[in-house]
Design a binder for this molecule. Sequence first.
Ligand SMILES: *[C@@H]1O[C@H](CO)[C@@H](O)[C@H](O)[C@H]1NC(C)=O
Length: 384
Amino acid sequence: MLRPRIFLASLLASLAFVNGGVALPNFVEQRKQTGGGDNTQPVGTNPISKFETKYLGQQNANNSCSHRDLGFTGQLQGKWYAIFGDTLWCSPGVADPSKDPEGFHGLVRDSVSLMTDDLLVVQDMHLNADSPVRHQLQFVPFNADWDEKNTFGFGGTSLVETADGAGAVYYLVNEDDNTLRGAGVGKVELVNGEPTVTQRFGSNGYWWPAPSTPRYGDVATFRDPRSDYIYIWGGAPTSITDFTNAQYVYLARVNAADAYDLSKYSYWWGQDAGWKTGQPHTEFGPTTATVWWTGQGQFVWSDFYDCYIFVHLSPGGGDVLLRTATSIEGPWTPDVKVYTATPIDGGLTYAGVAHPYLDTTGKTLTISYTNNNHIEVIRVTFSK
Ligand SMILES: *[C@@H]1O[C@H](CO)[C@@H](O)[C@H](O)[C@H]1NC(C)=O
C-alpha cells in the first residue's frame, strides 16, 4: 500500500541501512579486519542453539484502527505498554485495518497502547472524538515554542519506569526532512489511567544534539531488572557520514531515579576507559562504541539462559536476530537468527520488540516486529 513520504522519515536509521544495503557484504568484510581495541566485534558463543519459532499473527487494537510501526514495550506501575511510531489512521469509520482503503487519512508521529492478555490485541490510549471509530492522539507532544511542528517525528523507544510510579520515554526530535535535532527524554505519568508525557527536558526539548552527540536512546532503551539502571543505546552523530563509522552504536546509562537529570548520566567509553559520568562521547569509532550495525530493538534478561538477550532485525533485511551478553556493556555474542519475516508488498521489516512479561521463566520469548506498517508476532520456544 502506498503511504505518504512523511512516515518514512522516522525510519531514518532503517533507511540509512536500506540505502547502504547494497554494499553490506563489503562493509562487513572490511570492518572485520579492523582488529584490536574494537569493542564491537562479536565475542564468544551464543547459548541459543535449540529453539522452535512459531508465527502467531498480526497485532491490532481492539478500540481504534490504524497502520503503524515499532511498538516497543515497557512497564509502568505493573502494566505493560507499547510505544508505536508513525500511526496512520484508517479511513473514517473503518474498524478493521485489513479493510482500509488506499490513501492517506491522517496520522500522528507516535502513540501509546496498553498490552492485553491477548498478545495479538492492544488497547489504544489517548483516543480522539472521531465517530464511530476513534483515532489516537500523539504521545510525545510537539512544542511550537521550540519551533516544532506537527510534522516532526519523535522516534521513541521503550517506556521505562523511573521512580515514584513515573516513567521516561527517550525520543529523537526529527524535523522530518532528514534533519535530526537531537535525542531527549520525556517524563511519563499516568493521567486518567493513561501514560502521558507531562514534561520534556532540555531548553529546546532535547539534551543530546544529533550533529555532535550520539542519539542516546534511539536504538534501544532498557530498564534493567537486575540493577537500578536505565541503559540507552544510540546511533552515531549525524555529522559522521562515512557509512561504516555511521553504524557504530553508543551506550549510556543512568540510575532510574535520576533519569530527568542530565548531569547524572554516565557514558560507556569502551572496555578500557569504562564509564564516564557527565561526559558524552566526543570520540567515535570501534574503541568507544558498544556495537556496530544493528537495527532498533529491545533487551531482556533471560532467566532461562542467565544472560541478556538483544532482540533486533537485520538492518535492511527481515531476519529476527538474538544476541546475548552477561553485561549490557558487552561484549555481545554473534547473532542467532530465529525467524525470517516475509516483507508484505515488498515493504520494510524492522524493529525487534520483546514481550518478556508473557513468560518470566524465559523458556519462551514472544517477539513482535514491523512488517510494512503491520505488527507481526512470533514466539520462540528455547530448549537446551
Ligand atoms: C480491549 O481490551 C481491553 C483489555 O483486555 C479491555 O479491557 C477492553 O474492554 C477492550 N476494549 C474493547 C472495545 O473491546
